[in-house]
Ligand binder design. Structure first.
Ligand code: ADP
Ligand code: MG
Length: 701
């Protein structure tokens, strides 16, 4: 068990602010606790001798012996003082029900800061504030003010919304869904999702962790913790309430593309969290993950007494990442022998409408014995020759014997009730809609893949950190937050290939530089100005400029920049080696910072295509080698890089390495708020960053 073990298995719980006053939160919590708790409930209130028949103490310090958990229900004005006295008297776990903290204006926010300080000082585990409370069915503890207690079960559940806890309990109790622990996280001033994920990951009583979250406090750390936990215990999450990309919205096309919702999507995927959209999915998947083993193959067998629903199920499998199992010859032979003429012995197996339980049993058994079958769906419509109860019993027996995951789809109403309880007692989920059965089995498959993941450590490249710092420092000396191609050295210092180039000031210098750089195809000339973000938009890029036109082009570029913005700072003109783009693909490698997850690395099709096609993917940095490689896989245009239409494949390893080197750069320098290499030109012979743009925060240098 983890550090929060006593919070969920306490011997004594104090309620500070306990009262008998009708309709009060203090009364609700005291009576909820008194109802079922195996341990001792200790009311604390200076104005009462007893509360609901229990001896009451003046303050937490006056309570003799050890208190494992203090539930705080006092007014906001004194709540932090009460928490402090809990710390002074050696209470380790405090659940702050009291509201009026960061959710309630600036006074509340400063109160919450103080709460955090007190928790720090006394090393307190604090839930809340503004929490509905906590539950642990193992010890019968209901330390909430909700109307219902949870039934025991293998699911532990955290929720950022207290109201959602009560709604879920109401729903779950109707369906005999049970819980181990429940936490209403409240404002997460001290303990957040990461702490409970860690705790429940170590808890033998928790088979599945569920979370309803509106935000994640520290994305990077959450990913690390969740990765470890999901090697054993699945985490299912509903994440609602999209947060805005935050104040870091420095104007950048790609910046807006890598917004916060994408960060969650990427971060949760990297963390091994199964993200779900609805409450039904949350509990469907929790049910099957806690009740059934993981499939060893992706093939699903369908055994049905009705053709139509079998086809529906087949469609649902087509929509999922599962396959319709193809049976071995032996299986086909056995089925042909066992089933009457007219039955379908190919998947989906149709035992036809007059099947009794024995025919069903034989068909199920033959399919479960086939190693191509990773999971089975037993489905039936009501008929005169079969009772759902018998089918349920046969299914339970066979599932236990073969240890293959099974889901049932019993397509009826009241007549399925008894069968449903037979199945659910054995951990086999039943659904009316076979598509739900398929999606649930698909969640099992997905978790099997998560569990099998091997997370690699990010590669540490040998880089010139000092030189990179100097580039950023020089921008600070110029008092600018916006850098362009004058920052090419930053990339070079981190081993990202760049074309030969030089920034010049004046026509003569331009001619001399062009002479050195030109290898026969002319040179590329670009205006260099922190005020011009998209150079070619204002005619600030000329490619293939021959020697004799360099001087005139220099003039033209400066004039165009002045026309665009008369007081633009012009640092000069970059003379760059001309690359042959015939066999090249322009890609983008970029980064922006997410308020929750930190640096988010982006890869995609670049150049002018980046905004038109929006074919990009993101991951939370630092990215490992396999993660960088999968970013290339994830974009739609991956075939373009891999030699579509007879082209030569580009240097994919070079792309993957550039993603990792950029990831290292932006992880090393928090001062870099945004960075785009667009394009990173990828050719069969290598990659080259021909353009760079970044935004920095001088304060962080
Ligand atoms: P911006 O993005 O500010 O308009 P870039 O430096 O990205 O400016 O240049 C715009 C386009 O010009 C690139 O997408 C690429 O097609 C072309 N280009 C830029 N530099 C080179 C180069 N060194 N060799 C060949 N083509 C280039
Ligand atoms: Mg560009």
């Amino acid at each position: 068990m983890g550090e929060l073990a006593t919070m969920f298995a306490p011997d004594r719980v104090a309620v500070v602010g306990a009262t008998e006053s009708e309709g009060s939160v203090g009364r609700a919590i005291t009576s909820n606790l008194a109802a079922d708790f195996d341990g001792e409930v200790v009311p604390v209130n200076p104005n009462a001798d007893t509360v609901l028949g229990l001896q009451c103490y003046e303050d937490i310090g006056a309570v003799p012996g050890t208190v494992d958990v203090a539930v705080v229900v006092v007014p906001a004005s004194i709540a932090v003082d009460v928490v402090e006295s809990c710390g002074e008297t050696g209470v380790e776990n405090v659940v702050v029900i009291t509201a009026g903290f960061s959710e309630a204006g600036s006074d509340g926010a400063s109160r919450e800061r103080r709460l955090r300080e007190v928790a720090d000082e006394y090393d307190l585990n604090v839930v809340g504030p503004n929490s509905l409370g906590i539950m642990s069915t193992e010890v019968g503890m209901n330390a909430t003010f909700g109307p219902e207690n949870a039934q025991p079960g293998p699911i532990s559940f955290m929720s950022q919304s207290g109201a959602f806890v009560t709604a879920v309990l109401d729903w779950a109790n109707d369906r005999d869904v049970g819980f181990k622990d429940i936490v209403s996280l409240g404002n997460k001033a001290v303990l957040d999702e990461r702490h409970f994920v860690a705790e429940w990951g170590d808890d033998p009583g928790t088979d599945v962790i569920l979370a309803y979250l509106e935000g994640i406090e520290n994305g990077g750390q959450f990913i690390q913790t969740a990765r470890e936990v999901t090697q054993d215990t699945p985490i299912l999450m509903v994440k609602s309430g999209r947060t805005e990309a935050g104040a870091s919205a420095a104007a950048s096309h790609t910046g807006t593309m890598a917004g916060s919702e994408r960060a969650y999507e990427a971060g949760l995927e990297q963390a091994g969290v199964l993200r779900v959209e609805t409450v039904q999915e949350l509990f469907d998947y929790a049910g099957i993950l806690s009740g059934q083993p993981l499939p060893e193959a992706d093939g699903v067998a369908i055994v049905t007494n009705a053709g139509g629903p079998g086809v529906m199920t087949t469609d649902a499998i087509g929509d999922s990442d599962l396959d319709l199992a193809s049976f071995s010859n032996e299986t086909i032979d056995s089925l042909t022998e066992a089933l009457p003429a007219g039955a379908n012995v190919y998947n989906p197996i149709d035992v036809i409408g007059d099947a009794d339980v024995e025919r069903f049993r034989e068909a199920i058994e033959i399919t479960l014995a086939d190693p191509n079958v990773g999971a089975a769906i037993v489905m039936a419509c009501p008929t005169a020759t079969l009772t759902f109860d018998e089918l349920a019993e046969a299914t339970v027996e066979l599932q236990a014997e073969y240890e293959t995951p099974v889901a049932a789809s019993l397509m009826g109403g009241d007549s399925t009730r008894a069968a449903q309880s037979i199945l659910s007692e054995a951990g086999i989920p039943t659904y009316f809609d076979p598509a739900r059965a398929v999606r649930s089995l698909d969640a099992l498959r997905e978790f099997r893949e998560i569990q099998a993941r091997e997370y690699a450590e990010p590669v540490e490249f040998d880089v010139d950190h000092e030189r990179a710092r100097e580039v950023l420092e020089s921008a600070k000396r110029r008092d600018t937050n916006s850098l362009g191609v004058e920052a090419m050295d930053l990339l070079d210092a981190y081993g990202i290939p760049t074309p030969e180039g030089e920034i010049v000031d004046g026509e003569t210098e331009a001619r001399e530089a062009a002479e050195r750089i030109d290898d026969g195809d002319g040179v590329v000339m670009k205006i260099v100005s922190p005020d011009i973000l998209h150079k070619s938009d204002i005619g600030g890029v000329e490619v293939g400029v021959p020697a004799e036109e360099v001087a005139d082009t220099y003039e033209d570029l400066v004039t165009r920049a002045r026309n665009y913005q008369s007081d633009a700072t012009i640092l000069g003109v970059q003379i760059q080696e001309m690359l042959d783009l015939d066999a090249a693909t322009e890609t983008i490698v970029g980064m922006n910072r997410d308020p929750q997850f930190g640096p988010l690395v982006l890869f995609g099709l670049g150049g002018i295509f980046v905004e038109v096609l929006e074919d990009t993917t993101v991951k939370v940095a630092p990215v490992s080698e396999p993660e960088a490689a999968s970013m290339v896989d994830e974009i739609e245009s991956a075939p373009l890089l891999r030699g579509a239409r007879g082209r030569d494949p580009v240097d994919e390893a070079g792309v993957v390495e550039t993603i990792q080197r950029l990831s290292q750069l932006v992880t090393d320098f928090p001062a870099i708020l945004e960075l785009d290499i667009n394009p990173l030109v990828a050719t069969p012979d290598g990659v080259s960053a021909v353009d760079v743009r970044l935004t920095i925060d001088q304060e962080q240098l």
